[in-house]
Design a protein around this ligand. Structure first.
Ligand SMILES: Cc1ncc(COP(=O)(O)O)c(C=O)c1O
Length: 378
């Protein structure tokens, strides 16, 4: 059987398996070429099936953002987990540490404050589990992380290094502001700033006799654009395996590399718009990675027969919950016709879906979004 769009109910998060597998393989090749450990961020796919493919292709473990996600991937087959958002609540931290202890799994947590350090040392000692710890560094996103110039950096690293309750692993950064850059060259500059800032911090820590086993960095744009990884030990890209509207805009990847689109049906038409069944509850209202509104509208739609053909591209100009308005293009589409939409940001699209519709030439498969909004939490 050759796959047919008519056999798929919409709206559907549509994954092209061959492109997904190529993106997973290409990132592993990049990591291997530079001698980097790859610990991909699973907040993008939230899928056990996809994480298994990443591990099989050579990933050393999985990064997650939340403890809820960590619990879904808390299994020896995923080798080692890093939780990249700082945890400062004992309720949440206890769930993680207990699960790691009971499953005998290596878990790393991330910290950027004295409050976080105190809580971690106390809970780790009390629960009898020794987590790995990364100090988070802010290299320009101005979200989490210590300023590279901060005096607290050496102080916190010293406390972590001296404690028997945890194992100080090193320093972590995420240059997410690269999503707002206008070109591959600008992204490469951000990556180089991040690399040199992280290596300087490592030097400063070593000068205080604080060992730094791992310097871990990661965002899809910076990894795809970076010119040097010298001194870096680990990368944590997430978005790379699906990609979305940001990648062709900056030239870090081609439109044809994007493996995720939203399959939607035209349910109505008027003079100006085609109306589809994929609204904000499917596409999300996200303007792009980190909410950086560098793209206009809510995605780009193509008639399925002309997917990725620029002359048929139509902007998704407005969303309501269950509908999107697509500005009419070259073809007159009718109710029942299908379009494929490249979203602004793949990660929230997946998070909102119960399942991924995974397609290759031969067949259609359905993979659950195991750690998505509908996930049953352990
Ligand atoms: C701490 C951290 N590491 C890695 C990533 C992965 O970045 P990307 O999805 O751009 O690959 C993210 C994404 O938000 C992140 O917050």
């Amino acid at each position: 059987m050759l796959f047919s769009y008519d056999n798929i109910e919409t709206p559907a998060v549509f994954i092209e398996l061959d492109k997904l597998e190529e993106n997973i393989a290409a990132m592993q090749v990049l990591a291997d070429r530079h001698g980097l450990r790859l610990k991909p961020h699973a907040k993008t796919h939230k899928s056990l099936q996809i994480a298994r493919r990443q591990i099989k292709s050579g990933a050393v473990g999985i990064t997650v953002a939340t403890v809820d996600e960590a619990l879904v991937f808390m299994h020896p087959e995923f080798k080692s987990l890093t939780v990249s958002r700082p945890i400062v609540s004992s309720l949440t931290l206890d769930r993680l540490l207990k699960a790691a202890r009971d499953n005998g799994l290596e878990v790393a947590v991330t910290i950027d404050s004295i409050e976080g350090v105190k809580l971690l040392l106390e809970r780790a000692a009390s629960l009898g589990y020794q987590p790995q710890v990364f100090l988070k560094i802010d290299v320009g996103l101005k979200r989490c992380g210590l300023n590279p110039e901060s005096k607290d950096l050496i102080k916190l690293a010293g406390i972590l290094n001296e404690s028997q309750a945890v194992h100080f692993s090193g320093i972590m950064s995420h240059a997410g502001h690269a999503y707002g850059a206008s070109s591959k060259e600008k992204i490469a500059e951000i990556a180089e700033f991040e690399r040199t800032a992280m290596l300087e911090i490592k030097e400063n820590l070593l000068a205080q006799d604080i060992p730094v086993e791992t310097v871990t960095v990661g965002s899809t744009p910076t990894i795809l654009a970076a010119e040097s990884f010298e001194g870096i030990d680990e990368i944590r890209p997430g978005n790379y395996l699906f990609l979305d509207a940001f990648s062709p805009r900056t030239g870090v990847a081609a439109t044809s590399d994007i493996s995720l689109s939203v399959l939607a049906t035209i349910v109505s038409t008027n003079e100006e718009f085609f109306i589809t069944d994929a609204g904000s509850k499917t596409l999300s209202s996200d303007a792009g990675g980190h909410g950086l509104s560098v793209v206009k509208g809510f995605g780009v739609a193509y008639p399925v027969e002309h997917f990725l053909s620029e002359q048929y591209a139509m902007p998704v100009s407005a969303l309501s919950e269950e509908h999107s308005k697509i500005l009419k293009g070259k073809l007159e589409l009718r109710p029942g016709n299908r379009v494929r939409i490249i979203p602004n940001h793949s990660c929230p699209v997946v998070n909102l879906a119960a399942r991924l519709v995974v397609v290759d030439e031969e067949k259609i498969d359905y993979w659950p979004v195991d750690a998505g909004v509908g996930a049953k939490l352990p």
